[in-house]
Design a protein around this ligand. Structure first.
Ligand code: ZN
Length: 284
């Protein structure tokens, strides 16, 4: 298989978030010839939205996405409405930043005010996700901001996202219609026996494949959230999955997103970016 186009490499800013604030990440990526980033909302808030927009523009960078909206299930109506309002503000930020899509981590079981899981109703949570995305689409669609559901690995079903497969995400896209797509993150979906078929299914609709996130699955994985691997250090057949994405018509960014508390977040961030560039070329 041919090497990936280096111009498609994007850095999800979580990858060096422990070492750098957003302005340093922007400058660091520009220095390395990386042309795209996908910033996180808290990092944009820390820098200020206006200043973030300006710095990204001055550095000549584009966005591959904006992280993130979602977290729809809620314990009561008031909390649910507050989450929807916050999601609308996130859409506005994504528009100001020029993001091609807003990534949605849809939320798991409803939590109480202290953040503890307060319900076992997974079916109900999934209904709240469907309704929440539907309501947000009514706001995002006319503003021209596509929403990308990111199915998360089933180990996060309780606390982060109760949409855990490409199949479920495709079903939601079928049901809710235009302006909604999928962020395919290899970390979350690499294990799925239906992956090739569901990528193909998403590719059958123009624009439904909205983002492609890269890292690797380490064996053993030592932390449920913060032990993602650098591409090439784990067991995911990255070229094969890229092949499926390309066969489905995807030509968009390859966004490296690595949460790694005990390894990559402890290294020199310039070295991390250099490794991302090299591994993208050699193993993705
Ligand atoms: Zn991701």
């Amino acid at each position: 298989m041919r090497e990936p186009d280096p111009n498609l490499l994007s850095i999800n800013t979580a990858t060096v978030r422990a070492q750098w604030q957003l302005p340093e990440i922007i400058a660091g990526c520009a220095r390395r010839g990386i042309r795209m980033i996908s910033p996180w909302r808290d990092q944009v808030a820390a820098t200020g939205l206006k200043e973030s927009v300006q710095r990204i523009k001055d550095a000549g960078l584009a966005l591959s996405g904006y992280c993130r909206g979602g977290m729809f299930p809620a314990i009561d109506g008031k909390t649910r409405r507050a989450a929807l309002d916050d999601n609308k503000r996130t859409v506005d930020e994504a528009l100001a930043l020029g993001a091609p899509c807003l990534v949605l981590v849809v939320g798991g079981l409803p939590k109480d005010e202290r953040g503890r899981v307060a319900s076992k109703d997974l079916i109900g949570a999934r209904a709240m996700v469907r309704d929440g995305i539907g309501e947000l689409l009514e706001y995002a669609r006319p503003s021209g901001m596509p929403l990308a559901i990111e199915p998360l690995h089933p180990m996060y079903a309780a606390d982060r996202a109760c949409v855990n497969t490409m199949s479920h995400a495709n079903d939601l896209c079928d049901e809710l219609g235009g302006g909604l797509g999928i962020a395919v993150d290899v970390y979350h979906v690499w294990w799925d026996p239906q992956l090739e078929r569901e990528i193909e299914r998403a590719g059958g609709h123009s624009g439904r494949l909205m983002a492609y996130h890269l890292c690797d699955w380490l064996v053993p994985t030592k932390d449920l959230l913060l032990d993602r691997g650098m591409m090439g250090d784990g067991v995911v057949d990255l070229p094969r999955i890229r092949g499926w994405m390309e066969a489905a018509g995807y030509r968009g960014p390859h966004e490296v997103e690595i949460f790694s508390a005990n390894d990559w977040w402890k290294r020199d961030p310039d070295e991390v970016l250099a490794t991302c560039v090299e591994r993208h070329r050699s193993v993705c």
